[in-house]
Write a protein that binds this ligand. Structure first.
Ligand SMILES: Cc1cc2nc3c(=O)[nH]c(=O)nc-3n(C[C@H](O)[C@H](O)[C@H](O)COP(=O)(O)OP(=O)(O)OC[C@H]3O[C@@H](n4cnc5c(N)ncnc54)[C@H](O)[C@@H]3O)c2cc1C
Length: 541
């Protein structure tokens, strides 16, 4: 049977892939095939924001990777969730919407990537975002990605966190995505009328309705098909059958920071020794594919509280029923928002050139429990809350490598956490900052007792050891197919085309030259918009 032919093939229907499907087909003529290994996203626990805790370990929608034992983290293996479903990780993430700080993107431009500085990317965000005010009314102007102000839904305990921040000398801000992103405040989130608003909701479904986009679910891309150095298609497996589809204009990898480099390597584009080890014929030896992996580490401290928190609602059947009814009847209440309700971008020391620490304050504590259906997140039965920090701009880099030539086999993820000494220094500064917050009058009033391990009993060395023992990914892997001007040190150019190959692009979180200071869905969406424009421009010749 002749291979199906499209103008574009996009691998992965995640944060980036959904945007590409929309933008590449926007002229009403070009045809796009989107290959998504996961299944449909019409699931209660995806649509309902609090369902985050349910999809976190659900293999029906989550790749559930594990990283290699990490020397920086006492040889622990970190659990590495990634969305395996239409919408990708935007269907299972915590919905926090942060563009990143201007300096993050100015550093992209300073690394030689023309057109990626803050003044270039800010207008792109403006075009695709649509702000929703605290009443739930969307702005008259804007794009399809809803960014909601949930100030009315915040748990009342947030007021103590804001007071503690002020007492600790930290500034407050109204909007992390506004003109003054630095400070402590509430997170805006991707919801619409109390429901998750993923990349699939914002971008893919409107594109599917136009009719030129074909979405293949349960379709695992196995290899890029090349003619010489030109990508001409993708071979994929769907329902036990192998297919090949051809692309007239371009193949776009949007399989995320773990699987875009995996697919390149499987297809013969990667480090020479790795390809040889797995018997893969090289199309292009490219040492940097998979090499620049970066991720945020987050560290949480747990406290028993002197006043009720979400635990008091979510740990009892009656409480769950009550907020469940509230949700069903009003699409409001605690089930309608993220557990990451407030936090901040702040400087942990006066010499920091920009905010260097992201904070979270969540009105919940929990334990993990094994059950017949897998690991479950179980809220504690006492009032409790979490303070958490995440160093904004870690410098450590790790890598992603295939474990073998079989596309179904999970890649080897080696994050290299804390391999850069500055990241160890930042871990300590973050812990000291949380202790500063703990010591404020407002926090002393809210904390009934810290839950061990207690920061107040630790010296500097113990804080770092505790970080190595307990810190974990904040689920923001990027940089494994870095953008840069030089093929010797990067994988794609500023148009996101793979150096040395034709008709092949990587457009997703893999291309970040450095991780942005905050959560990575927003900047990935921005990257996809700019990537789509570059691909369309190239196709126009
Ligand atoms: C648990 C969790 C919580 C998070 N919380 C937040 C948050 O609150 N705010 C925020 O901004 N960011 C958050 N993130 C990060 C953010 O969601 C990601 O950075 C972003 O979604 C990455 O987009 P992407 O397009 O690069 O990859 P993804 O969205 O992961 O998309 C990749 C897609 O490709 C598919 N795919 C992979 N390999 C293949 C293949 N071979 N064939 C076919 N399909 C394939 C995958 O199934 C997936 O659908 C979170 C992530 C996770 C996992």
């Amino acid at each position: 049977m002749a291979a199906q032919e499209y103008d574009y093939i996009v691998v992965g229907a995640g944060s980036a892939g959904c945007v590409l499907a929309d933008q590449l087909s926007a002229d009403g003529r070009a045809t796009v095939l989107v290959l998504e290994a996961g299944g449909h996203d019409r699931r209660l626990w995806i649509n309902m924001p609090i369902g985050y805790g349910k999809t976190f370990y659900d293999e029906r929608v989550n790749w559930k990777f594990e990283a290699q034992p990490d020397p920086g983290l006492m040889d622990r293996r970190i659990y590495f969730p990634r969305g395996k479903v239409v919408g990708g990780s935007s269907s299972i993430n915590a919905m926090v919407y942060c563009r990143g700080l201007p300096g993050d993107f100015d550093d992209w431009a300073a690394a030689g990537n023309r057109g990626w500085g803050w003044s270039d990317v800010a207008p792109v965000y403006d075009r695709f975002e649509r702000r929703v005010d605290a009443d739930g009314t969307p702005a008259a102007e804007g794009g399809p990605l809803f960014v909601s102000d949930v100030r009315r839904q915040l748990h009342p305990m947030a007021r103590h966190f804001f007071a503690a921040a002020t007492q600790a000398g930290l500034p407050l801000t109204e909007d992390f995505n506004g003109p003054a992103p630095e400070g402590v405040g509430r997170y805006h989130i991707n919801t619409r009328r109390g429901m998750r608003w993923s990349a699939a909701d914002a971008f893919l479904r409107p594109a599917l309705r136009r009719g030129q986009v074909t979405l293949a679910t349960g379709a695992l891309a196995e290899r890029i098909v090349f003619e010489g150095r030109k990508a001409v298609g993708v071979s994929y497996r769907q329902g036990g059958t192998r297919h090949t589809a051809r692309a007239r204009a371009a193949v776009v990898l949007s399989a995320g920071a773990i699987q875009s480099p995996q697919l390149l390597q499987l297809s013969g584009v990667g480090p020479g020794a790795l390809l040889q080890r797995h018997g893969i014929a090289p199309v292009l030896v490219q040492e940097h594919v998979g090499a620049g992996l970066q991720d945020h580490l987050a560290m949480s401290y747990y406290y028993k509280a002197t006043e009720p928190t979400l635990n008091n609602v979510l740990s009892s059947l009656w409480g769950k029923l009550r907020v469940g009814v509230q949700y069903v009847t009003t699409l409001g209440g605690p089930l309608s928002i993220s557990v990451n309700q407030c936090g901040g971008f702040v400087r942990s020391h006066p010499d920091a050139p920009q905010a260097d620490m992201q904070l979270y304050c969540n009105p919940i504590t929990y334990t993990l429990a094994a059950s017949k259906t897998g690991t479950q997140i179980v809220p504690d039965r006492f009032a409790g809350f979490i303070l958490c920090f995440q160093p904004c701009r870690p410098l450590s880099r790790g890598q992603v490598e295939i474990a073998g030539p079989d596309a179904a086999r999970a890649p080897i993820i080696t994050p290299g956490y804390l391999s850069h000494p500055e990241d160890v220094a930042q871990a300590l500064r973050g812990a000291q900052l949380i202790r500063r917050l703990e010591n404020t009058e407002a926090m002393r009033g809210l904390i009934r007792a810290p839950i061990a391990p207690r920061l107040d009993t630790m010296d500097d060395a113990a804080m770092v050891e505790d970080f190595r023992n307990r810190a974990s990914t904040c689920y923001h892997p990027v940089g494994s197919c870095t953008m840069g001007p030089d093929a010797a040190t990067s994988v794609v150019d500023a148009e996101l085309k793979v150096h040395g190959l034709e008709h092949l692009y990587v457009v997703d979180a893999s291309v970040f030259p450095n991780v942005t200071s905050g959560n990575t869905h927003a900047p990935t969406t921005m990257v996809a918009h700019k990537g789509a424009q570059a691909i369309l421009a190239a196709a126009r010749g």
